[in-house]
Design a protein around this ligand. Structure first.
Ligand code: FAD
Length: 517
Protein backbone atom coordinates (compact mmCIF):
# COMPACT_ATOMS: atom_id res chain seq x y z
CA UNK A 1 0.00 0.00 0.00
CA UNK A 2 2.86 2.38 0.71
CA UNK A 3 4.76 1.60 -2.48
CA UNK A 4 5.03 4.60 -4.78
CA UNK A 5 2.89 4.71 -7.93
CA UNK A 6 5.59 4.67 -10.59
CA UNK A 7 4.47 2.43 -13.46
CA UNK A 8 1.37 3.44 -15.41
CA UNK A 9 0.10 1.03 -18.06
CA UNK A 10 -2.43 2.33 -20.60
CA UNK A 11 -4.47 -0.21 -22.57
CA UNK A 12 -5.51 1.26 -25.93
CA UNK A 13 -3.99 3.53 -28.57
CA UNK A 14 -6.98 5.54 -29.79
CA UNK A 15 -7.31 9.29 -29.20
CA UNK A 16 -8.07 8.64 -25.52
CA UNK A 17 -5.01 6.46 -24.87
CA UNK A 18 -2.57 8.81 -26.58
CA UNK A 19 -4.04 11.98 -25.04
CA UNK A 20 -3.76 10.46 -21.55
CA UNK A 21 -0.27 9.12 -22.27
CA UNK A 22 0.85 12.49 -23.62
CA UNK A 23 -0.48 14.51 -20.71
CA UNK A 24 0.83 12.19 -17.99
CA UNK A 25 4.24 11.95 -19.67
CA UNK A 26 4.48 15.75 -20.14
CA UNK A 27 3.57 16.43 -16.51
CA UNK A 28 4.95 13.39 -14.60
CA UNK A 29 7.16 11.43 -17.00
CA UNK A 30 10.82 10.70 -16.44
CA UNK A 31 11.88 12.90 -19.39
CA UNK A 32 9.90 15.79 -17.87
CA UNK A 33 11.79 15.40 -14.58
CA UNK A 34 9.08 13.28 -12.91
CA UNK A 35 9.09 9.66 -11.80
CA UNK A 36 6.33 7.99 -13.84
CA UNK A 37 7.21 5.33 -16.41
CA UNK A 38 4.38 5.17 -18.90
CA UNK A 39 3.69 2.19 -21.17
CA UNK A 40 0.93 2.11 -23.79
CA UNK A 41 -0.26 -1.29 -25.07
CA UNK A 42 -2.17 -1.20 -28.34
CA UNK A 43 -3.48 -4.08 -30.43
CA UNK A 44 -2.16 -3.97 -34.01
CA UNK A 45 -5.21 -6.03 -35.03
CA UNK A 46 -7.85 -3.65 -33.59
CA UNK A 47 -7.55 -0.17 -35.06
CA UNK A 48 -8.88 2.87 -33.16
CA UNK A 49 -12.48 3.81 -33.91
CA UNK A 50 -11.31 6.50 -36.37
CA UNK A 51 -14.22 8.91 -35.87
CA UNK A 52 -14.28 11.84 -33.45
CA UNK A 53 -13.26 14.76 -35.60
CA UNK A 54 -14.70 17.74 -33.70
CA UNK A 55 -13.20 19.19 -30.50
CA UNK A 56 -13.85 21.93 -28.00
CA UNK A 57 -11.61 24.95 -27.35
CA UNK A 58 -10.24 23.03 -24.34
CA UNK A 59 -8.18 20.96 -26.81
CA UNK A 60 -5.91 23.99 -27.34
CA UNK A 61 -4.89 23.96 -23.71
CA UNK A 62 -4.51 20.17 -23.66
CA UNK A 63 -2.21 20.14 -26.70
CA UNK A 64 -0.19 23.08 -25.37
CA UNK A 65 0.31 21.19 -22.08
CA UNK A 66 1.38 18.09 -23.98
CA UNK A 67 3.92 20.25 -25.86
CA UNK A 68 2.57 19.77 -29.38
CA UNK A 69 2.84 22.66 -31.83
CA UNK A 70 -0.41 23.96 -33.29
CA UNK A 71 1.38 24.33 -36.63
CA UNK A 72 2.07 20.56 -36.61
CA UNK A 73 -1.58 19.83 -35.89
CA UNK A 74 -2.66 21.86 -38.93
CA UNK A 75 0.07 20.43 -41.17
CA UNK A 76 -0.20 16.76 -40.21
CA UNK A 77 -3.85 16.20 -39.25
CA UNK A 78 -5.69 17.99 -42.08
CA UNK A 79 -6.92 20.25 -39.27
CA UNK A 80 -9.20 23.27 -39.48
CA UNK A 81 -10.68 25.63 -36.88
CA UNK A 82 -14.07 24.97 -35.29
CA UNK A 83 -15.94 28.00 -33.92
CA UNK A 84 -19.06 26.18 -32.70
CA UNK A 85 -22.04 24.33 -34.15
CA UNK A 86 -24.93 25.22 -36.38
CA UNK A 87 -28.21 23.34 -35.93
CA UNK A 88 -30.44 23.09 -38.98
CA UNK A 89 -34.02 21.87 -38.83
CA UNK A 90 -34.18 21.05 -35.12
CA UNK A 91 -36.88 23.47 -33.95
CA UNK A 92 -39.57 23.17 -36.63
CA UNK A 93 -37.96 21.40 -39.59
CA UNK A 94 -39.33 24.17 -41.81
CA UNK A 95 -37.42 26.28 -44.35
CA UNK A 96 -34.99 28.68 -42.62
CA UNK A 97 -34.99 26.78 -39.29
CA UNK A 98 -31.40 27.18 -38.08
CA UNK A 99 -29.49 28.51 -35.08
CA UNK A 100 -25.89 28.85 -33.91
CA UNK A 101 -24.09 27.69 -30.78
CA UNK A 102 -20.83 29.66 -30.97
CA UNK A 103 -17.87 28.99 -28.66
CA UNK A 104 -17.53 32.67 -27.66
CA UNK A 105 -19.50 33.77 -24.60
CA UNK A 106 -22.15 36.46 -25.20
CA UNK A 107 -20.73 39.98 -24.73
CA UNK A 108 -21.88 41.00 -21.22
CA UNK A 109 -22.70 37.43 -20.17
CA UNK A 110 -23.37 37.40 -16.43
CA UNK A 111 -23.28 41.22 -16.21
CA UNK A 112 -26.55 42.08 -17.96
CA UNK A 113 -29.96 40.52 -18.52
CA UNK A 114 -29.23 39.85 -22.19
CA UNK A 115 -32.25 37.59 -22.88
CA UNK A 116 -34.57 40.21 -21.29
CA UNK A 117 -33.09 43.01 -23.40
CA UNK A 118 -33.19 40.84 -26.53
CA UNK A 119 -36.87 39.90 -26.09
CA UNK A 120 -37.94 43.45 -25.21
CA UNK A 121 -36.18 45.26 -28.05
CA UNK A 122 -34.78 42.89 -30.71
CA UNK A 123 -37.00 39.80 -30.80
CA UNK A 124 -36.73 39.63 -34.58
CA UNK A 125 -32.96 38.91 -34.40
CA UNK A 126 -31.44 35.52 -33.56
CA UNK A 127 -30.11 35.71 -29.98
CA UNK A 128 -26.61 34.53 -30.96
CA UNK A 129 -26.34 37.15 -33.74
CA UNK A 130 -27.14 39.93 -31.28
CA UNK A 131 -24.71 38.94 -28.52
CA UNK A 132 -21.73 37.42 -30.35
CA UNK A 133 -19.59 38.29 -33.39
CA UNK A 134 -18.95 34.60 -34.07
CA UNK A 135 -22.05 33.65 -36.12
CA UNK A 136 -21.21 36.58 -38.43
CA UNK A 137 -17.63 35.32 -38.85
CA UNK A 138 -18.80 31.78 -39.60
CA UNK A 139 -21.37 32.93 -42.15
CA UNK A 140 -18.55 34.61 -44.09
CA UNK A 141 -16.19 31.61 -43.67
CA UNK A 142 -13.66 33.69 -41.73
CA UNK A 143 -10.93 32.27 -39.49
CA UNK A 144 -11.00 32.84 -35.72
CA UNK A 145 -7.48 34.33 -35.73
CA UNK A 146 -4.94 36.12 -37.91
CA UNK A 147 -1.72 34.79 -39.42
CA UNK A 148 0.22 36.79 -36.80
CA UNK A 149 -1.80 35.49 -33.83
CA UNK A 150 0.50 33.16 -31.84
CA UNK A 151 -0.08 29.42 -31.59
CA UNK A 152 -3.12 28.52 -29.50
CA UNK A 153 -4.11 32.21 -29.00
CA UNK A 154 -7.46 33.32 -30.42
CA UNK A 155 -9.26 36.40 -31.68
CA UNK A 156 -12.54 34.45 -31.44
CA UNK A 157 -12.68 31.29 -29.32
CA UNK A 158 -12.10 28.04 -31.25
CA UNK A 159 -11.47 24.28 -31.15
CA UNK A 160 -10.64 22.00 -34.09
CA UNK A 161 -11.94 19.76 -36.82
CA UNK A 162 -9.34 17.17 -37.83
CA UNK A 163 -8.72 13.72 -39.27
CA UNK A 164 -9.00 11.44 -36.22
CA UNK A 165 -6.62 8.80 -37.63
CA UNK A 166 -3.90 11.36 -38.36
CA UNK A 167 -4.45 12.97 -34.95
CA UNK A 168 -3.74 9.63 -33.21
CA UNK A 169 -0.55 9.16 -35.25
CA UNK A 170 0.72 12.66 -34.41
CA UNK A 171 0.03 12.14 -30.71
CA UNK A 172 1.76 8.75 -30.82
CA UNK A 173 4.85 10.13 -32.52
CA UNK A 174 5.14 12.99 -30.03
CA UNK A 175 4.46 10.78 -26.98
CA UNK A 176 7.01 8.12 -27.95
CA UNK A 177 9.77 10.23 -29.56
CA UNK A 178 9.66 13.38 -27.43
CA UNK A 179 8.01 12.38 -24.16
CA UNK A 180 9.47 8.88 -23.76
CA UNK A 181 6.25 6.84 -23.61
CA UNK A 182 7.02 3.14 -24.12
CA UNK A 183 4.81 1.75 -26.91
CA UNK A 184 3.97 -1.96 -27.13
CA UNK A 185 2.09 -3.15 -30.22
CA UNK A 186 0.48 -6.37 -29.06
CA UNK A 187 -2.79 -7.88 -27.83
CA UNK A 188 -3.72 -8.08 -24.20
CA UNK A 189 -4.83 -11.68 -23.70
CA UNK A 190 -5.30 -11.81 -19.92
CA UNK A 191 -5.31 -9.76 -16.73
CA UNK A 192 -3.06 -10.85 -13.82
CA UNK A 193 -4.20 -9.85 -10.33
CA UNK A 194 -2.83 -9.48 -6.80
CA UNK A 195 -4.67 -11.30 -3.99
CA UNK A 196 -6.25 -7.94 -3.09
CA UNK A 197 -8.04 -7.83 -6.44
CA UNK A 198 -5.86 -5.02 -7.79
CA UNK A 199 -4.48 -5.54 -11.29
CA UNK A 200 -0.80 -6.59 -11.21
CA UNK A 201 -0.06 -6.88 -14.94
CA UNK A 202 -1.55 -7.15 -18.42
CA UNK A 203 -0.55 -10.40 -20.12
CA UNK A 204 0.32 -9.92 -23.80
CA UNK A 205 0.56 -12.41 -26.64
CA UNK A 206 4.25 -11.84 -27.45
CA UNK A 207 5.69 -9.33 -24.96
CA UNK A 208 5.16 -11.13 -21.64
CA UNK A 209 3.45 -9.42 -18.69
CA UNK A 210 3.34 -5.62 -18.45
CA UNK A 211 3.39 -4.93 -14.71
CA UNK A 212 2.07 -1.67 -13.32
CA UNK A 213 0.84 0.23 -10.27
CA UNK A 214 -2.00 2.04 -12.07
CA UNK A 215 -3.85 0.83 -15.19
CA UNK A 216 -5.79 3.11 -17.53
CA UNK A 217 -8.49 1.40 -19.57
CA UNK A 218 -8.62 3.21 -22.93
CA UNK A 219 -9.68 0.06 -24.81
CA UNK A 220 -12.70 1.69 -26.44
CA UNK A 221 -16.25 0.38 -26.25
CA UNK A 222 -14.95 -3.10 -25.33
CA UNK A 223 -13.78 -1.68 -21.95
CA UNK A 224 -11.56 -4.74 -21.45
CA UNK A 225 -10.47 -3.84 -17.91
CA UNK A 226 -13.27 -1.92 -16.18
CA UNK A 227 -16.10 -3.71 -17.99
CA UNK A 228 -14.58 -7.01 -19.11
CA UNK A 229 -12.40 -7.78 -16.10
CA UNK A 230 -14.15 -5.98 -13.23
CA UNK A 231 -17.70 -6.13 -14.58
CA UNK A 232 -18.55 -2.53 -13.72
CA UNK A 233 -21.97 -2.11 -15.42
CA UNK A 234 -23.21 0.56 -17.83
CA UNK A 235 -26.03 2.94 -16.97
CA UNK A 236 -28.06 2.93 -20.16
CA UNK A 237 -29.48 6.29 -21.30
CA UNK A 238 -31.52 4.80 -24.13
CA UNK A 239 -34.80 6.00 -22.59
CA UNK A 240 -33.58 9.63 -22.73
CA UNK A 241 -31.37 9.81 -25.85
CA UNK A 242 -32.43 7.18 -28.36
CA UNK A 243 -29.60 7.28 -30.91
CA UNK A 244 -27.58 4.05 -30.98
CA UNK A 245 -26.26 3.79 -34.55
CA UNK A 246 -24.03 5.88 -36.80
CA UNK A 247 -22.96 5.82 -40.43
CA UNK A 248 -19.78 7.62 -41.46
CA UNK A 249 -18.47 8.68 -44.87
CA UNK A 250 -15.64 10.83 -46.15
CA UNK A 251 -16.66 13.22 -48.92
CA UNK A 252 -13.93 14.76 -51.11
CA UNK A 253 -13.99 18.57 -51.45
CA UNK A 254 -15.73 19.56 -54.67
CA UNK A 255 -13.53 22.69 -54.91
CA UNK A 256 -9.99 22.46 -53.45
CA UNK A 257 -9.88 26.26 -53.08
CA UNK A 258 -13.46 26.67 -51.86
CA UNK A 259 -14.54 27.90 -48.42
CA UNK A 260 -14.11 25.62 -45.37
CA UNK A 261 -17.00 25.64 -42.88
CA UNK A 262 -15.87 26.74 -39.44
CA UNK A 263 -18.78 25.16 -37.53
CA UNK A 264 -19.95 21.58 -37.26
CA UNK A 265 -23.23 21.59 -39.16
CA UNK A 266 -25.79 19.32 -37.49
CA UNK A 267 -28.85 18.82 -39.70
CA UNK A 268 -31.92 17.15 -38.21
CA UNK A 269 -33.33 14.12 -40.05
CA UNK A 270 -36.62 12.24 -39.58
CA UNK A 271 -34.98 9.76 -37.18
CA UNK A 272 -31.72 11.41 -36.07
CA UNK A 273 -29.31 13.97 -37.44
CA UNK A 274 -26.39 14.34 -39.86
CA UNK A 275 -23.02 15.79 -38.86
CA UNK A 276 -20.96 17.64 -41.45
CA UNK A 277 -17.37 18.53 -40.57
CA UNK A 278 -15.29 20.58 -43.01
CA UNK A 279 -11.57 19.77 -43.32
CA UNK A 280 -9.16 21.35 -45.84
CA UNK A 281 -9.22 18.31 -48.17
CA UNK A 282 -12.55 16.61 -47.43
CA UNK A 283 -15.71 16.62 -45.35
CA UNK A 284 -16.45 14.07 -42.65
CA UNK A 285 -20.19 13.39 -42.89
CA UNK A 286 -22.24 10.94 -40.85
CA UNK A 287 -25.76 10.09 -39.78
CA UNK A 288 -26.58 9.33 -36.13
CA UNK A 289 -29.97 7.68 -35.64
CA UNK A 290 -32.15 5.45 -33.52
CA UNK A 291 -32.50 1.78 -34.48
CA UNK A 292 -35.83 1.71 -32.66
CA UNK A 293 -37.18 4.26 -35.15
CA UNK A 294 -35.54 3.47 -38.51
CA UNK A 295 -33.50 0.84 -40.37
CA UNK A 296 -29.82 1.02 -41.34
CA UNK A 297 -30.65 1.06 -45.04
CA UNK A 298 -33.19 3.86 -44.71
CA UNK A 299 -30.65 5.84 -42.65
CA UNK A 300 -27.97 5.33 -45.31
CA UNK A 301 -30.35 6.51 -48.00
CA UNK A 302 -31.04 9.70 -45.96
CA UNK A 303 -27.29 10.27 -45.59
CA UNK A 304 -26.68 9.92 -49.35
CA UNK A 305 -29.54 12.30 -50.11
CA UNK A 306 -27.99 14.83 -47.73
CA UNK A 307 -24.55 14.48 -49.35
CA UNK A 308 -25.93 15.01 -52.83
CA UNK A 309 -28.03 18.00 -51.70
CA UNK A 310 -24.88 19.59 -50.30
CA UNK A 311 -22.79 19.17 -53.45
CA UNK A 312 -21.20 15.74 -52.82
CA UNK A 313 -20.92 12.91 -55.37
CA UNK A 314 -23.47 10.10 -55.79
CA UNK A 315 -20.88 7.33 -56.21
CA UNK A 316 -19.36 7.11 -52.71
CA UNK A 317 -18.48 3.70 -51.25
CA UNK A 318 -20.74 2.08 -48.63
CA UNK A 319 -20.80 4.00 -45.35
CA UNK A 320 -19.04 2.65 -42.26
CA UNK A 321 -21.64 1.32 -39.83
CA UNK A 322 -21.13 1.82 -36.09
CA UNK A 323 -23.24 0.67 -33.14
CA UNK A 324 -23.17 1.95 -29.59
CA UNK A 325 -25.19 1.56 -26.41
CA UNK A 326 -25.90 5.10 -25.15
CA UNK A 327 -24.77 5.24 -21.54
CA UNK A 328 -21.90 5.52 -19.09
CA UNK A 329 -20.33 3.31 -16.42
CA UNK A 330 -21.71 3.30 -12.88
CA UNK A 331 -18.14 4.16 -11.81
CA UNK A 332 -15.01 5.00 -13.74
CA UNK A 333 -12.21 4.32 -11.28
CA UNK A 334 -12.26 0.94 -9.51
CA UNK A 335 -9.31 -0.31 -7.46
CA UNK A 336 -6.14 0.57 -9.45
CA UNK A 337 -7.95 0.88 -12.79
CA UNK A 338 -9.42 4.05 -14.39
CA UNK A 339 -11.53 4.02 -17.58
CA UNK A 340 -11.11 7.01 -19.90
CA UNK A 341 -12.65 7.47 -23.37
CA UNK A 342 -15.24 5.18 -24.94
CA UNK A 343 -14.55 2.57 -22.23
CA UNK A 344 -16.16 4.97 -19.72
CA UNK A 345 -19.25 5.52 -21.85
CA UNK A 346 -20.59 7.17 -24.97
CA UNK A 347 -23.88 8.90 -25.66
CA UNK A 348 -23.84 10.38 -29.16
CA UNK A 349 -21.56 12.86 -30.89
CA UNK A 350 -23.94 15.83 -30.59
CA UNK A 351 -21.87 18.76 -29.21
CA UNK A 352 -18.70 16.62 -29.41
CA UNK A 353 -18.37 16.11 -25.66
CA UNK A 354 -16.49 12.76 -25.78
CA UNK A 355 -12.97 14.09 -26.35
CA UNK A 356 -13.69 16.94 -23.92
CA UNK A 357 -14.47 14.33 -21.24
CA UNK A 358 -11.22 12.54 -22.12
CA UNK A 359 -9.36 15.85 -21.63
CA UNK A 360 -11.11 16.52 -18.31
CA UNK A 361 -10.38 12.96 -17.12
CA UNK A 362 -6.72 13.17 -18.12
CA UNK A 363 -6.38 16.57 -16.46
CA UNK A 364 -7.96 15.39 -13.19
CA UNK A 365 -5.87 12.23 -13.19
CA UNK A 366 -2.70 14.23 -13.78
CA UNK A 367 -3.55 16.79 -11.09
CA UNK A 368 -4.57 14.12 -8.57
CA UNK A 369 -2.01 11.43 -9.45
CA UNK A 370 -1.87 9.41 -6.21
CA UNK A 371 1.63 9.10 -4.79
CA UNK A 372 0.93 5.63 -3.32
CA UNK A 373 -1.78 2.96 -3.37
CA UNK A 374 -2.84 4.14 0.14
CA UNK A 375 -4.45 7.32 -1.19
CA UNK A 376 -5.84 5.85 -4.40
CA UNK A 377 -9.31 4.95 -3.11
CA UNK A 378 -9.90 8.50 -1.88
CA UNK A 379 -8.82 9.97 -5.21
CA UNK A 380 -10.97 7.36 -6.99
CA UNK A 381 -14.05 8.38 -4.98
CA UNK A 382 -13.51 12.05 -5.92
CA UNK A 383 -13.01 11.11 -9.57
CA UNK A 384 -16.17 8.98 -9.64
CA UNK A 385 -18.23 11.74 -8.05
CA UNK A 386 -16.90 14.38 -10.49
CA UNK A 387 -17.53 12.28 -13.59
CA UNK A 388 -20.95 10.91 -12.60
CA UNK A 389 -22.00 14.55 -12.21
CA UNK A 390 -20.43 15.48 -15.56
CA UNK A 391 -22.12 12.66 -17.47
CA UNK A 392 -25.49 13.66 -15.97
CA UNK A 393 -24.96 17.27 -17.10
CA UNK A 394 -23.95 16.12 -20.60
CA UNK A 395 -27.18 14.10 -20.83
CA UNK A 396 -29.31 17.04 -19.65
CA UNK A 397 -27.62 19.35 -22.15
CA UNK A 398 -27.94 16.97 -25.11
CA UNK A 399 -31.60 16.35 -24.27
CA UNK A 400 -32.16 20.12 -24.26
CA UNK A 401 -31.52 20.05 -28.03
CA UNK A 402 -34.45 17.67 -28.53
CA UNK A 403 -36.98 18.44 -25.85
CA UNK A 404 -38.00 21.86 -27.21
CA UNK A 405 -38.64 20.71 -30.75
CA UNK A 406 -41.95 21.56 -32.37
CA UNK A 407 -41.39 18.90 -35.02
CA UNK A 408 -44.02 16.18 -34.98
CA UNK A 409 -43.33 14.59 -38.36
CA UNK A 410 -42.12 11.24 -36.95
CA UNK A 411 -42.36 9.11 -33.81
CA UNK A 412 -38.69 9.91 -33.20
CA UNK A 413 -39.34 13.61 -32.61
CA UNK A 414 -42.66 13.01 -30.83
CA UNK A 415 -40.98 10.51 -28.46
CA UNK A 416 -38.27 13.05 -27.65
CA UNK A 417 -40.77 15.45 -26.05
CA UNK A 418 -42.57 12.80 -24.00
CA UNK A 419 -42.28 13.83 -20.34
CA UNK A 420 -41.09 10.37 -19.28
CA UNK A 421 -38.05 10.74 -21.57
CA UNK A 422 -36.91 14.00 -19.94
CA UNK A 423 -34.66 13.83 -16.83
CA UNK A 424 -36.36 15.35 -13.77
CA UNK A 425 -33.61 17.89 -13.18
CA UNK A 426 -33.96 19.20 -16.73
CA UNK A 427 -37.74 19.44 -16.36
CA UNK A 428 -37.28 21.54 -13.21
CA UNK A 429 -34.74 23.82 -14.88
CA UNK A 430 -36.98 24.35 -17.91
CA UNK A 431 -39.71 25.55 -15.53
CA UNK A 432 -37.21 27.89 -13.83
CA UNK A 433 -35.95 29.26 -17.16
CA UNK A 434 -39.44 30.56 -17.92
CA UNK A 435 -38.64 33.23 -15.31
CA UNK A 436 -34.95 33.84 -15.68
CA UNK A 437 -32.07 32.89 -17.98
CA UNK A 438 -29.82 29.86 -17.33
CA UNK A 439 -27.16 31.08 -14.92
CA UNK A 440 -24.18 29.93 -12.91
CA UNK A 441 -26.57 29.10 -10.06
CA UNK A 442 -27.94 26.24 -12.18
CA UNK A 443 -24.44 24.96 -12.93
CA UNK A 444 -22.55 25.65 -9.71
CA UNK A 445 -19.44 23.48 -10.02
CA UNK A 446 -16.11 25.06 -10.87
CA UNK A 447 -15.47 22.99 -13.99
CA UNK A 448 -18.95 22.55 -15.48
CA UNK A 449 -18.90 20.73 -18.81
CA UNK A 450 -21.31 23.15 -20.52
CA UNK A 451 -21.55 26.72 -19.20
CA UNK A 452 -24.80 28.64 -18.72
CA UNK A 453 -24.03 30.55 -21.95
CA UNK A 454 -24.24 27.32 -23.98
CA UNK A 455 -27.63 26.58 -22.42
CA UNK A 456 -28.81 30.07 -23.42
CA UNK A 457 -27.68 29.66 -27.03
CA UNK A 458 -29.51 26.34 -27.40
CA UNK A 459 -32.60 27.34 -25.40
CA UNK A 460 -33.25 30.54 -27.35
CA UNK A 461 -32.05 29.06 -30.64
CA UNK A 462 -34.70 26.34 -30.26
CA UNK A 463 -37.35 29.05 -29.88
CA UNK A 464 -37.92 28.78 -26.10
CA UNK A 465 -39.61 31.95 -24.85
CA UNK A 466 -40.09 32.93 -21.20
CA UNK A 467 -43.55 33.10 -19.64
CA UNK A 468 -45.03 35.87 -17.52
CA UNK A 469 -43.07 36.95 -14.46
CA UNK A 470 -39.61 37.31 -16.04
CA UNK A 471 -37.15 38.56 -13.46
CA UNK A 472 -33.88 38.35 -15.34
CA UNK A 473 -32.35 41.43 -13.74
CA UNK A 474 -30.82 39.86 -10.65
CA UNK A 475 -28.05 41.18 -8.44
CA UNK A 476 -25.60 39.75 -10.96
CA UNK A 477 -27.06 41.47 -13.98
CA UNK A 478 -26.88 45.22 -13.46
CA UNK A 479 -25.29 46.31 -16.75
CA UNK A 480 -27.34 47.79 -19.58
CA UNK A 481 -28.08 45.06 -22.17
CA UNK A 482 -28.27 47.67 -24.97
CA UNK A 483 -24.68 48.71 -24.24
CA UNK A 484 -23.64 45.03 -24.49
CA UNK A 485 -25.45 44.62 -27.83
CA UNK A 486 -23.70 47.76 -29.16
CA UNK A 487 -20.34 46.40 -27.98
CA UNK A 488 -21.00 43.04 -29.71
CA UNK A 489 -21.88 44.86 -32.95
CA UNK A 490 -18.74 47.02 -32.67
CA UNK A 491 -16.52 43.96 -32.17
CA UNK A 492 -18.17 42.34 -35.18
CA UNK A 493 -17.48 45.42 -37.31
CA UNK A 494 -13.82 45.38 -36.24
CA UNK A 495 -13.31 41.64 -36.78
CA UNK A 496 -14.94 41.29 -40.18
CA UNK A 497 -12.33 43.24 -42.17
CA UNK A 498 -9.41 42.12 -39.96
CA UNK A 499 -9.76 38.33 -40.16
CA UNK A 500 -8.58 36.22 -43.13
CA UNK A 501 -10.77 33.58 -44.67
CA UNK A 502 -10.59 30.19 -42.99
CA UNK A 503 -9.11 28.61 -46.14
CA UNK A 504 -6.43 31.29 -46.57
CA UNK A 505 -5.30 31.02 -42.94
CA UNK A 506 -4.99 27.22 -43.19
CA UNK A 507 -2.95 27.59 -46.42
CA UNK A 508 -0.74 30.20 -44.75
CA UNK A 509 -0.10 27.92 -41.74
CA UNK A 510 0.71 24.98 -44.00
CA UNK A 511 3.35 27.09 -45.81
CA UNK A 512 4.75 29.37 -43.09
CA UNK A 513 3.49 28.10 -39.69
CA UNK A 514 2.15 30.21 -36.82
CA UNK A 515 4.35 32.34 -34.55
CA UNK A 516 5.18 30.67 -31.24
CA UNK A 517 4.67 33.70 -29.01
C1 FAD B 1 -20.06 8.07 -34.69
C2 FAD B 1 -19.17 8.73 -33.69
C3 FAD B 1 -18.81 10.07 -33.86
C4 FAD B 1 -17.99 10.70 -32.92
N1 FAD B 1 -17.70 12.03 -33.06
C5 FAD B 1 -17.01 12.66 -32.09
C6 FAD B 1 -16.70 14.05 -32.17
O1 FAD B 1 -17.00 14.73 -33.16
N2 FAD B 1 -16.02 14.62 -31.15
C7 FAD B 1 -15.64 13.90 -30.05
O2 FAD B 1 -15.10 14.49 -29.13
N3 FAD B 1 -15.85 12.59 -29.98
C8 FAD B 1 -16.53 11.96 -30.95
N4 FAD B 1 -16.74 10.61 -30.86
C9 FAD B 1 -16.10 9.87 -29.78
C10 FAD B 1 -14.62 9.65 -30.15
O3 FAD B 1 -14.53 8.94 -31.36
C11 FAD B 1 -13.90 8.88 -29.04
O4 FAD B 1 -14.15 9.48 -27.80
C12 FAD B 1 -12.39 8.93 -29.28
O5 FAD B 1 -12.08 8.50 -30.56
C13 FAD B 1 -11.66 8.08 -28.26
O6 FAD B 1 -11.83 6.70 -28.52
P1 FAD B 1 -11.03 5.69 -27.60
O7 FAD B 1 -9.59 6.01 -27.69
O8 FAD B 1 -11.66 5.66 -26.27
O9 FAD B 1 -11.32 4.25 -28.27
P2 FAD B 1 -10.78 3.60 -29.64
O10 FAD B 1 -10.42 4.61 -30.66
O11 FAD B 1 -11.81 2.57 -30.00
O12 FAD B 1 -9.43 2.85 -29.23
C14 FAD B 1 -9.44 1.62 -28.54
C15 FAD B 1 -8.02 1.09 -28.48
O13 FAD B 1 -8.00 -0.04 -27.60
C16 FAD B 1 -7.17 -1.04 -28.17
N5 FAD B 1 -7.55 -2.35 -27.65
C17 FAD B 1 -8.80 -2.85 -27.46
N6 FAD B 1 -8.70 -4.12 -26.99
C18 FAD B 1 -7.38 -4.40 -26.88
C19 FAD B 1 -6.64 -5.56 -26.46
N7 FAD B 1 -7.24 -6.66 -26.06
N8 FAD B 1 -5.30 -5.48 -26.48
C20 FAD B 1 -4.65 -4.37 -26.88
N9 FAD B 1 -5.30 -3.26 -27.27
C21 FAD B 1 -6.64 -3.28 -27.28
C22 FAD B 1 -7.39 -0.90 -29.67
O14 FAD B 1 -6.32 -1.48 -30.40
C23 FAD B 1 -7.44 0.62 -29.80
O15 FAD B 1 -6.12 1.11 -29.95
C24 FAD B 1 -17.52 9.96 -31.80
C25 FAD B 1 -17.85 8.61 -31.66
C26 FAD B 1 -18.66 8.00 -32.59
C27 FAD B 1 -19.01 6.53 -32.40
Amino acid sequence: MTQRVQRVVILGGGSAGWLVAGLLAAEHGVRAGGTLQITLLESPAQPPIGVGEGTWPSMRDTLRRIGLRETDLVRHCDAAFKQGSQFVGWATGLEGDSYDHPFTLPVGHGDADLPGGWLAHHPEMPFADLVSPQPHLCRRHLAPKQAGTPEYAAVANYGYHFDAGKFGLLLRQHATETLGVHHVADDMVDVCCHDSGDIAALRTRAHGDLAGDLFIDCSGMAARLLGGHYGVPMRSQRSVLFNDRALALQVPCADADGPIASQTIATAQPHGWVWDIGLPTRRGVGHVYSSAHTSDDAAESMLRQYIQRTGGPADLPAARRLRFEPGYRSRFWHRNCVAIGLSSGFIEPLEASALALVELSAAMLSAQMPATRCTMDTVAAQFNDAFSYRWERVIDFLKLHYVLTRRSDTDYWRDHVRADSVPERLQALLALWRHRAPSRYDLPRIEEVFPAASHQYVLYGMGFRPGNGWHGRSGDAQADPEACFREAALRTQRMLPALPTHRSLISHIQRHGLPLI
